[in-house]
Design a protein around this ligand. Structure first.
Ligand code: UD1
Length: 425
């Protein structure tokens, strides 16, 4: 497998466009299983995770037509021939679990092996199952990590229910919303996650005839309907990709306008960049990020569910903080194992220490030095790429399949801004 080579880059300049959101398109594709009619999703990013989701839909009997040039996908799930997710696909992508809610609602049964994806923590699915149970499903689960584990949900017909989520889980909220949309009663989800991707999913489901209110707040109410019909929908822009480009502009002290992004979705990132002295302004073309002065200052970050600072931008922001003047701290509250990039950044002279497991102290003001490093997960890979832009000497990033799961045409996009970056076969 190839690597990405990144050399110290001059200040990035120009315009770069953001693609459709990975985390929005995956549940949207899963939701197409809820109807026999044609659904068409537009602004689909070209990502490996999208390919995996398409394979998953096909494994259930759906017809999936991808038009990569038009960035659209048509799904016709007229007849479902299977309701068991293949292990090989679930292992590759944790979001495969999002097919469970729609399958359960549509066919009365859904079975899946315990999911894979980024190894950034335990990532249990107990809240998804708690939701299905509240809607009247029986759950059988075998969770022995040493052997083949699976979960199976069965319900002749789902009824509505009341669910309080102990943690604001994005995936659990989405899975429950999809199952409840096609159930027989009324459902209330309390302490629901509020991410923009959930609003996007609810908008799509409502276009399909669902009756969902409150998405984007912590109480979502769903009046179940007997049938959902086909619909067309365009995916929202990827806020994590947008924030990654903003940080690339900041770390190279450049001047980049990020187009097709919604700055409302990245408010905490903008606030923290401004605190550090980076200039961020919305213009007619997009969000312009530029560094005018020589010195950028330190700040402290704490990740939280939306609308707090996103855990998915924590590794990239930490890289940036290792280059500003003075010490910063980063507290990760969403996942318990999301500092794997620290070891790799330290191989590049970042000098970061981790205390109490979830707090990282970044000394700042370091001259990063290129090295051979490994992308341990998707966002860690992006963090190393940013580090490479600022580091003396060349950085070689391996295990780049993680990066390709979540960033489309990343090398081309960075190159277009003047970055010194290429793939090595
Ligand atoms: C989604 C995103 C991922 C992002 C994460 C948090 C997708 C495809 N992925 O992942 O990029 O990092 O949100 O913003 O949208 N939890 C439980 N029980 C459960 C489910 C979750 O305890 O049943 C815990 C998790 O261990 C974690 C926290 O809840 O500590 C948040 O996880 P969750 O929001 O579910 O993440 P995902 O939906 O998997």
């Amino acid at each position: 497998m190839g690597t990405i080579l990144v050399g110290k880059s001059r200040p990035l300049r120009g315009e770069v466009g953001v693609d459709g959101s990975k985390n929005a398109v995956l549940p949207l594709l899963a939701a197409t299983l809820l109807t026999e009619e044609v659904c068409e999703i537009a602004d689909v990013p070209e990502l490996n995770d999208v390919d995996v989701m398409c394979k998953l839909l096909r494994s259930f009997g759906a017809v999936v037509e991808e038009d990569k040039r038009a960035k659209s996908i048509k799904v016709i799930a007229k007849t479902l021939t299977a309701n068991e997710a293949p292990c090989a696909l679930v292992k590759q992508m944790r979001a495969s679990i999002l097919a469970m809610g729609p399958l359960l609602a549509r066919t009365g049964r859904a079975k899946a092996p315990l999911p894979g994806g980024c190894a950034i923590g335990k990532r249990p699915i107990d809240l998804h199952l708690k939701g299905f149970r509240a809607l009247g499903a029986d759950i059988e689960s075998m969770e022995d990590e040493r052997s083949y584990g699976y979960v199976e949900a069965v319900a002749a017909k789902l009824a509505g229910g009341e669910i309080y989520l102990d943690t604001r889980s994005v995936g659990a909220t989405e899975n429950i919303v999809m199952a409840a949309a096609l159930s027989e009663g009324n459902t209330i989800i309390e302490n629901a996650a509020q991410e923009p991707e959930i609003v996007d999913l609810a908008n799509f489901l409502n276009k399909m005839g669902a009756k969902i209110k409150g998405a984007g707040t912590d109480v979502i109410k769903i009046e179940g309907v007997k049938r959902l019909h086909g619909a067309n929908h365009a995916v929202i822009p990827d806020r994590i990709e947008a924030a990654t480009f903003m940080l690339a502009a900041a770390i190279t002290k450049g001047d980049v306008t990020v187009t097709n992004m919604l700055s409302d979705h990245v408010k905490p990132v903008i606030a923290k960049l401004r605190e550090c002295g980076v200039n961020v302004e919305d213009t007619e073309r997009g969000t312009r990020v530029r560094v005018t002065g020589e010195f950028l200052s330190a700040t402290n970050i704490k990740t939280l569910p939306y609308p707090g600072f996103p855990t998915d931008i924590q590794p990239q922001f930490m890289t940036f903080l290792s280059t500003v003047s003075g010490p910063s701290s980063v507290v990760e509250t969403v996942f318990e194992n999301r500092f794997m990039h620290v070891k790799e950044l330290n191989r590049m002279n970042a000098g970061i220490t981790v205390t109490e497991g979830r707090k990282a102290i970044i000394p700042g003001g370091r001259v990063l030095r290129g090295n051979q490093v490994k992308a341990t997960d998707l966002r860690a890979g992006a963090a190393l790429l940013l580090a490479g832009l600022a580091a003396e000497r060349e950085t070689e990033i391996s295990d780049i399949y993680h990066i390709d799961r979540g960033y489309s045409n990343i090398v081309e996009k960075f190159s277009s801004l003047g970055a010194n970056i290429k793939r090595s076969p």
